[in-house]
Design a protein around this ligand. Structure first.
Ligand code: ZN
Length: 283
């Protein structure tokens, strides 16, 4: 028990309630192995002891799975360092990761004016509110899976990247919302495949902005989204394997041409899904 008591006391002082804290401290601090892309929009895959509490920059963000796996995402605008800390039955371990800045496509343009829209009808406003709720619910899903540990594949055979992750227009000095996906141009009807296993948490046609939209939970709240689909081939609640067709490329919703807008989000943080392609978890 040497040296473990102060760690647990510190955890208790920080207001952490956990079954671990009522059991006597024992053994060595937990293992903490990380791999990933430590940059804005990137991620870390972690291994520690099963059920350990996982903290990012002092905030509890998740718990390790039954096998000790966990996921951490770094937002588009993440700060230049991140502290990952795990607290297990025997104590705690932490690592400080330098987070590299990512270069985004920033366009400064002069507005053309006259963009003022009329007021939306009550029906349209109700429809928009319903869509916002459905998407927020899907992004909040936290399936007890660890498909994220097996690495991702590119979901579509694309011809070119028509818009990179994180790009932003600044119109007359006013920043517009950044592009939180990556746009992969491909002919209409090209199959879209799940990049890894998961469970479908949203499958809808005819959304105002996204058109045909599928969202998949890969575990630990890591959600990927597929926008503007011409066809949706899965149902909400359905489990999918990596490589399984979930829909087809289209230009539904607000899109100027056929492409797949691929998004990835983890607990409120927006990430570049292409960085997950070929990722390898720590052994
Ligand atoms: Zn997009």
């Amino acid at each position: 028990v040497e040296g473990t008591q102060p760690l647990n006391r510190r955890a208790a002082l920080a207001g952490l309630s956990s079954v671990f804290l009522v059991s006597p401290a024992r053994g060595a601090p937990p293992r903490l192995d990380l791999s990933g892309r430590y940059q804005q929009g990137g991620f870390a895959l972690g291994r520690t002891v099963p059920g350990a509490q996982v903290f990012l920059d002092g905030q509890e963000v998740t718990r390790a799975s039954a096998s000790g796996a966990f996921f951490i995402g770094f937002d588009r605008d993440a700060a230049s360092r991140a502290v990952v800390r795990v607290v297990g039955p025997g104590g705690e371990a932490s690592r400080t990761l330098p987070i590299a800045a990512t270069d985004y496509d920033i366009q400064r343009i002069r507005g053309l004016g006259g963009r003022g829209g009329g007021k939306a009808s009550p029906e349209l406003e109700a429809r928009m509110a319903w869509e916002v709720r459905r998407k927020a619910d899907a992004f909040a899903s936290k399936a007890a899976r660890e498909d994220f540990m097996t690495g991702f594949s590119v979901p579509v055979a694309y011809t070119r990247i028509s818009a990179r992750f994180g790009g932003q227009r600044i119109v007359d000095g006013r920043p517009r919302p950044p592009h939180h996906g990556i746009d992969l141009a491909a002919p209409r009807g090209t199959p879209v495949r799940a990049p890894a296993g998961g469970v479908v948490v949203l499958a809808e046609n005819g959304l105002l902005y996204e058109g045909g939209l599928v969202m998949i939970d890969h575990g630990q709240g890591l959600i990927t989204a597929y926008l503007h689909l011409s066809r949706v081939d899965v149902l909400r609640g359905q489990a999918v394997r990596g490589g399984e067709v979930i829909g087809a490329v289209g230009a539904t919703g607000r899109a100027t041409g056929p492409h797949l807008c691929w998004r990835m989000k983890w607990r409120g943080r927006n990430m570049d899904p292409m960085l997950l392609v070929g990722a390898r978890a720590p052994a």
